[in-house]
Design a protein around this ligand. Sequence first.
Ligand code: ATP
Length: 315
Amino acid sequence: IYSVFTLGDALITFNPSETGPLRYVPNFTRKVGGAELNFAIGCARLGLHSKWASRLGGDEFGRVIYNFARGEGVDMADVKFVEGYPTSLNFKEIREDGSGKTFYYRYQSPILTMEPSDITAQMFEGIHIIHLTGVFLAIDPKNLAITKRVLEIAEQLNIRVSFDPNIRLKLWTIEQAKAAYMEILPSVDILLTGLDEIQLIIGDASKGALEKCAADFSISQLVIKDGSNGARVFVEGEWYEKEAFSVTPIDTVGAGDGFDAGYIYSVLHGYSPEASLEFANGVGALVTTVSGDNEGLPYLKEVQSLIRKEAVIER
Ligand code: ATP
C-alpha cells in the first residue's frame, strides 16, 4: 500500500439549497471543503494511505472537519487543534449550468499558526509522494517558507513531489502567485494544472511553451486538465491525450482535486501515461456527478467500473 502526504487548510463549506445568485439563497447545507483535504480523501477512497497535515480551529466546526476526515480514513497524525482561531468558512453559489463561485470568510485561519519548524522529517516516514497546491501558498505569504521546508525534506528523503497550482485569484494576485510558483516549480516532478491556469502562469499554453516549461523546471510529467475535454500529459518527450468520460455534471468543484488523486494513484501503481489519464479522468468525471466538493470522490471499484463500462447493479 502506497502512502501520500498533503498539506493544507480545510474549511466548512455552506452549499446552497438552490441554484442562482447567492443573495437569493436562504438555506444552506453544511459540508467540509479544502482542496488538499479533498485530495487526501480522494486518495483514501482509492485505497492509498493518505496523510493530511493541517491545523483546525478549537471549535465545533474544527471538530466537524476532524471527524469527517478521520471517518474517511485520512491519517490525522499531523493535524492539531488551535484555540482562538475560528475555523474558516465559505459559501458557495451554484449556477443553473453547474458552474460555481466561492465566497470566503477566511481571515485568521488556524493554519496560520503553522511554522516551518513544525515540518519535520518524521512526518514523511513511509511517504511515496508529497502533493502540494497553490491554495496553501495563497493563504499567507509565510506558507511559502513552510512549503520550501517540505520540499527540502522531500529532496533529502528522495520523495517525489506533485503540485497543482490551483490558482485562487480571490486570495492573491496573479503576480504574487507566479512569483511563488517560480520558487516551487524547480522542485516539482509532477505538475497537475488546468489549461486556463497554465495559460495564466506562463502566458502561453501552446505545446511548444509547455514543453519549454517542462524542460526549464525539469518537470518529469506535465499534466494538463481540460474539463469536459479530458486531459493530456507531456512525459519523456511525448504527448499523450485522453478524452473525458461522458457524464452529466451536477457540480464541477473538486473535479480537479479528484483528478489529481486519480493521477497520483496511477503513477504509484505504475500505469502507462494513457492509462493514468484515463483513470484520473474517471475520478474527475465521477466527482462532477455529485453535489459537494468531495462527496463524489469515487472508491476504486467505481472508477474501474466506469473505465470497463460495467453496468452497476443497483438492486
Ligand atoms: P477545479 O480546480 O475547479 O476542481 P480544474 O481546473 O483543476 O478544476 P477541470 O479541468 O475542470 O479541473 O477538471 C478536472 C478533470 O475532471 C478533467 O480533466 C476531466 O477529467 C474531469 N472533468 C471535469 N469536468 C468534466 C465534465 N464536465 N465531464 C467529464 N469529465 C469532467
